[in-house]
Design a protein around this ligand. Sequence first.
Ligand code: ATP
Ligand code: MG
Length: 286
Amino acid sequence: MHAVVPPADGLVQTIGQGLIMTPPGPPALSAGQAGPVVLAENVRKCFGRTEILKNVSLTVMSGEVLGLIGPSGSGKSTFLRCINHLERTDGGSLKVCGEYVGYRRVGDTLHELGQKEIAARRAAIGMVFQRFNLFAHKTALENVMEGPVVVKREPRQHAREQARAWLARTGLSGKEDAYPSELSGGQQQRVAIARALAMGPRLLLFDEPTSALDPHNTAEVLDVMASLAAEGRTMIVVTHEMAFARDISTTLAVMNGGVITEIGTPHDILAGQPTRPPCATLASQC
Ligand SMILES: Nc1ncnc2c1ncn2[C@@H]1O[C@H](COP(=O)(O)OP(=O)(O)OP(=O)(O)O)[C@@H](O)[C@H]1O
Ligand SMILES: [Mg+2]
């Protein structure tokens, strides 16, 4: 539980307008979503006495792809984990599609929800990790079916058909019955992406999804992610792949020392010219 720190006027930065297109195949639930998908206002996170996130404020609109880059230890993963409430926050406010993921607000105080409620809200957020996190004893198809059957209580037959479609969507037709140990790293990561998509997420979070992969497998995964971006899905992508960040992101943010130090178009950020110097718009961080 922590007090909500209301943002001062103008502290929250809206990051451009994203591309919204009707995707082929199963619908992208992000398409048509009105308002910000992610609204972070002065988010603080501490581990012990160390403040890891220092008043992070940003907005991600529907259809946007926010690339998040920055040096190791700067807080990128911690921020992603706070978004889907894998970590509690210590201050500020963080909403996905207008709702706190892990809290209920009573007056000026946030109270943590129960695990069931958190799981239900978290279902709107797909997260893809560096290390796949697949169930080793389940096939690719079973891994993708698991969430819809267990969390969303979908009938098995329907979930199975959908899972086949999602595996096809990530280029894995024919691999339905393979176990993770029988798949390459890139194929496992694409199962993980199919598993996230099967939940109908409004937001996809990627935390260095290719850093454990060789160049060939990296290219396969980046292709799938680029196609998801092109169909208008709302995504936050933490990556050290600068060329990919430049190509896929509608907006690029640089995090350093728990602070968003630069934000702008990929072209301007990578050319060293942020379109909006952070001190002008994110005054709390200066
Ligand atoms: N559970 C934890 N307990 C204590 N400290 C933590 C914990 N998780 C992360 N940290 C610390 O928080 C800081 C930010 O970590 P984080 O993993 O968010 O960085 P990052 O930007 O994702 O780095 P990388 O690019 O290496 O993945 C680091 O100093 C890290 O040691
Ligand atoms: Mg990290």
